[in-house]
Design a protein around this ligand. Sequence first.
Ligand code: ATP
Ligand code: PRP
Length: 246
Amino acid sequence: MDLPIANPTGAAADDTAPIILAVPKGRILAELGPLLARAGIQPAADYIDEDSRRLRFETSDPALDVVRVRPFDVATFVAHGAAHIGVCGADVLMEFDYPEIYAPLDLGIGKCRISVAEPAATAGRDEPSRWSRIAVASKYPNVAQRHYAARGVQAEVVHLNGAMELAPSLGLARVIVDLVQTGSTLKANGLIETEVIAKVTSRLIVNRTALKTRPEVISGWIARFRAALADSIAEPRSAAGARSGT
Ligand SMILES: Nc1ncnc2c1ncn2[C@@H]1O[C@H](COP(=O)(O)OP(=O)(O)OP(=O)(O)O)[C@@H](O)[C@H]1O
Ligand SMILES: O=P(O)(O)OC[C@H]1O[C@H](OP(=O)(O)OP(=O)(O)O)[C@H](O)[C@@H]1O
């Protein structure tokens, strides 16, 4: 996907301006907290307050500000260079496939999968590879289209932003492509997961141009997140060691 040139105001890039980290509001925000703390990032207190109307937060580091945006928009802010780095689900990266984004680190949070599901009553009755077209409801039209195109099936995607699980029973689509974690949403709506398209976790993402123009500072942030991640993986072992007195 071609994007307009980042920094469309034409102002000269300011190498001393704070780095902007875009984080997704919603469920990932809480999971991200311990990792940010380990990376030494302490945003202003109201950052975690979902009722706060503020969108940009200073941190204890004057060289870093955090912006809190919708999960899909994290990728867009970073791809356009409006944010230098971000935290984003692999589902969102798969959907947009922005070449401007480099995703160097799997943060291991926000674990789920992107799957095909259909009504339990009709699942397994038909062979999808024999179809030439299929109606799919999804928040991920590109992922759904690519998934079916790979098997020669044309997906006609009804783009929904939520409540996908209603689509088959209300005649909007035959199947859905959506995120599944525990499976309880599917179960509560009479659907079963028939294919896993991809496993999903959240990634640290960076804008490739920022990595070229401010290599030391951006690489420094990647290294800090990498170290924080290694710490959080090591911690259970050291905590167990502390408990057993070893
Ligand atoms: N059930 C889930 N379990 C674990 N991770 C999930 C789950 N649903 C979504 N995610 C991950 O969290 C990210 C954000 O999802 P979340 O549900 O918080 O936002 P959203 O509802 O998609 O956002 P919006 O409010 O913009 O519609 C997703 O992109 C995905 O990577
Ligand atoms: O397998 P489960 O554990 O039930 O999780 C899956 C649900 O989680 C996500 O929805 P979310 O809770 O984000 O609500 P949304 O429809 O507002 O996106 C996803 O769209 C599923 O509906």
